[in-house]
Design a protein around this ligand. Structure first.
Ligand SMILES: NC(=O)C1=CN([C@@H]2O[C@H](COP(=O)(O)OP(=O)(O)OC[C@H]3O[C@@H](n4cnc5c(N)ncnc54)[C@H](OP(=O)(O)O)[C@@H]3O)[C@@H](O)[C@H]2O)C=CC1
Ligand SMILES: O=C1O[C@H](COP(=O)(O)O)[C@@H](O)[C@H](O)[C@H]1O
Length: 586
């Protein structure tokens, strides 16, 4: 890929790959120019300059005032926060280039629900470069106008920034175009390429393809796009949606096929849970607060729980889901990624490779899952009053008698010095009583606790528990024992509670916004590297094969319930009580 040079006089620490710039350099009393990579701070596009939210460096303490509309980060007293090592950028000098984002599978559910709205949100917040275009590509016949009409139905403006919403939508939609084609037709991708070139007007053009399509056509699309629609003078990147295979073999094969056309650097394997605010915050909490990191080991932590539940079934997605099941859909990726972030050693830096190196070490220190440490379930039909809820197998796209788990609970272990013997429990299910994702950390008992007698017999209930509620209603809270005010000595459990909506008066961006922006910036930290993926599959593949070969029957649970009781027995065998069960689900 050729580099295009653009002049610039001020340097920051963030680099757009492959785009050198002319930089004025003073050395003694001489003034020369050197070409350096084209650089921008994350917010430099048009929204002043601001800290990158994703990579975090160089990050000083941030005031909650950063939520002020359109403002740069500020200190508590409202003054602009200095950004170490970065300087404002003369952006217009740098952005002669185009960015085109092609959403492949534009007619689909994910594109409509998440990707177009996330792109609009980035545009709305001025995060996208000046010259960006969005193309939809899929087989469905549509005009540009019809695409605009379709996506306009799912665009929303930030509640806290409603002004000019309609104008912004119009401006965004004018940049959206459509091309209909077959996913395996090089000719159709050549046609797309011609349309892209026409819009790009001969300028430096970076191209991002988002594969929002079923996995069986990933490779066709990558082949056609890379051969016929790669950028000729900028970068070409491809975001690949999960699932990345069904097991170790199919995942390796997928990687091998993708790498025939793309380098690892061009592949962005998305796990949208890594883009969620609270998951991002996990490392901040741990590595920038003295009070947590010393406790982060087997010495103080009894168990860790990673819990995902949805209060709806597979409605509409049964065809996809039946081929994968909840273990592949949620555990092998979303929950395992959170676990790796949670358990990793302190990385050398916040750079993508340093973090991903540490995550891989965790995954490679883990024991492959064993059937005896797993419970699987499937939801059955259920009636409540006049309302009835379908069984998983009532879905017309699910084969009769399917044994695919819609629920699973598992105990995992990391055989390293830090986590030896600590059970990491995972629980994921569809059609449960609530929608929730959280990380729960249960601490050990206080040795020789003076207040033992005040707790009654259940000492477990009196241990500290740290909860990171990923969704809904993001929060971090720590359960502590506290004296009930009064003359007696009665203790209760209270929460030290950081409820995000109370503390920060701003809407939390959707995970897809953060991840799209990172892919545009070439920031790979929140994307899955191929060795991480291999290590993740190595843990789950033997179990998945055993479940399928032995045709293990899932334990049935009613739609809308708390899932199979087997999950409690599993936890009890590891001396664990699920933190989300019991007093008000706290
Ligand atoms: N939906 C979601 O919530 C999530 C989805 N994902 C992943 O994102 C990707 C896209 O998901 P989603 O939008 O739900 O998928 P869809 O089933 O809606 O498919 C997207 C588009 O791909 C085309 N398509 C569908 N089936 C086929 C097929 N058999 N052969 C060729 N083309 C087909 C259709 O477009 P056309 O017919 O116009 O060509 C369809 O509009 C998948 O990999 C999915 O696993 C990941 C997380 C969440
Ligand atoms: O990847 C997936 O995630 C969604 C849940 O995502 P969330 O951001 O809404 O929590 C899940 O419904 C889907 O089955 C799965 O493929």
């Amino acid at each position: 890929m050729a580099n295009v040079l653009c002049p610039l006089t001020i340097v920051t620490s963030y680099v757009f790959r492959n785009e050198p710039q002319l930089v004025s350099k003073f050395s003694g009393n001489t003034h020369s120019h050197v070409w350096l990579p084209c650089i921008r701070t994350r917010n430099s596009a048009r929204n002043h300059f601001q800290l990158r939210s994703s990579n975090g460096h160089p990050l000083n303490a941030v005031s909650s005032h950063d939520g002020l509309p359109g403002s740069a980060l500020t200190t508590q007293d409202g003054k602009p926060l200095p950004v170490e090592g970065s300087f404002p950028l003369l952006d217009s000098e740098c952005t002669g280039s185009n960015l085109t984002i092609t959403v492949v599978g534009a007619s689909g559910d994910l594109a409509k629900k998440k990707i177009f709205p996330a792109l609009f949100a980035l545009f709305y917040e001025d995060w996208l470069p000046e010259n960006f275009l969005v193309f939809g590509f899929s087989r469905t016949k549509m005009t540009d106008e019809e695409l605009r009409n379709m996506i306009s139905k799912t665009l929303t403006c930030r509640i806290d920034k409603r002004e000019n919403c309609e104008d912004k939508m119009d401006q965004f939609l004018k940049r959206c175009f459509y091309h209909s084609g077959q996913y395996n037709s090089e000719d159709h991708f050549s046609e797309l390429d011609n349309k892209l070139k026409e819009k790009e007007g001969g300028k430096l053009s970076n191209r991002l393809f988002y594969l929002s399509i079923p996995p069986n056509i990933f490779v066709d699309v990558v082949r056609c796009a890379s051969l016929k629609a790669s950028s000729e003078n900028g970068w070409t990147r491809v975001i690949v949606e999960k699932p990345f295979g069904r097991d170790s073999e199919s995942s390796s094969e997928l990687t091998r096929c993708l790498k025939q056309y793309l380098s690892e650097d061009q592949i962005f394997r998305i796990d949208h849970y890594l883009g969620k605010e609270l998951v991002e915050n996990l490392s901040v909490l741990r590595f920038s607060n003295l009070v947590f990191e010393p406790l982060w080991s087997r010495n103080y932590i009894r168990n860790v729980q990673l819990i995902f539940s949805e209060d709806f079934g597979t409605e509409g997605r049964g065809g996809y889901f039946d081929n994968y099941g909840i273990i592949r859909d949620i555990m092998q990726n979303h929950l395992l990624q959170i676990l790796a972030l949670f358990a990793m050693e302190t990385p050398v830096s916040l750079d993508a490779e340093d973090i991903r190196n540490e995550k891989v070490k965790v995954l490679r220190s883990m024991r492959p899952l064993e059937l005896e440490n797993v419970v699987v379930g499937q939801y059955k039909g259920h009636s409540k009053g006049s309302k009835s809820y379908p069984a998983y197998t009532d879905d017309p796209t699910v084969p009769n008698g399917s044994l695919t788990p819609t629920f699973a609970a598992a105990a995992l272990f990391i055989d390293n010095a830090r986590w030896d013997g600590v059970p990491f429990l995972m629980k994921a299910g569809k059609a449960l009583h609530t929608k929730r994702a959280e990380i729960r950390v249960q601490f050990r008992h206080v040795p020789g606790n003076l207040y033992k007698k005040n707790f009654g017999t259940d000492l477990d209930k009196a241990t500290n528990e740290l909860v990171l509620r990923v969704q809904p209603d993001e929060a971090i809270y720590l359960k502590i024992n506290n004296k009930v005010p009064g003359l007696g000595m009665r203790l209760d459990r209270s929460d030290l509670n950081l409820l995000f909506r109370a503390r920060y008066q701003r809407e939390i961006p959707d995970a897809y916004e953060r991840l799209l922006l990172d892919a545009i910036e070439g920031e790979r930290r929140l994307f899955i590297r191929s060795d991480e993926l291999d290590a993740a599959w190595a843990l789950f593949t033997p179990l998945l094969k055993e479940i399928e070969n032995k045709k293990i029957a899932p334990e049935l649970y009613p739609y809308g319930s708390r899932g199979p009781v087997g999950a409690h027995y599993l936890a009890a065998r590891h001396n664990v009580r699920w933190g989300d069960v019991g007093s008000e689900d706290s």
